[in-house]
Design a protein around this ligand. Sequence first.
Ligand SMILES: [Zn+2]
Length: 138
Amino acid sequence: MDTVSPEKRSEIMSKIKATDSKVEIAVRKYLFAKGYRYRKNASDLPGRPDILMPKHKTAIFIHGCFWHGHKNCKYHRIPKTRTEYWKKKIEGNSFRDIRNANKLRKMGWRCFTVWECRLKNDFLREMEKLEKKIMSIS
Ligand SMILES: [Zn+2]
């Protein structure tokens, strides 16, 4: 896999603003700018992958740390009120994520999850890691 030239990188970055609610859009824009083609929110598949790349047999989930219970993450804190409710809800989400990923794998899809905190922390690094996975032979 080739790395991005500084020019290309700043060109890509100028199109991307990985702000709080926009990480998903930023990931799509990045991939699109790099020439990848995909489907959004594939509602016909388990878990409705945020990004589906049929050519690479890849399903990508972009997970918010709170809702999907990112382990050992500072953004994943169970609220102090209605603690049990939130715990159950978020645990339920995590189990569903695992189940859906397993279903997808059985259907022949590779499943990758990108966490919001990591994208916010170092967007390009995360995307380069994701690209390596996409381009790797399963
Ligand atoms: Zn996180």
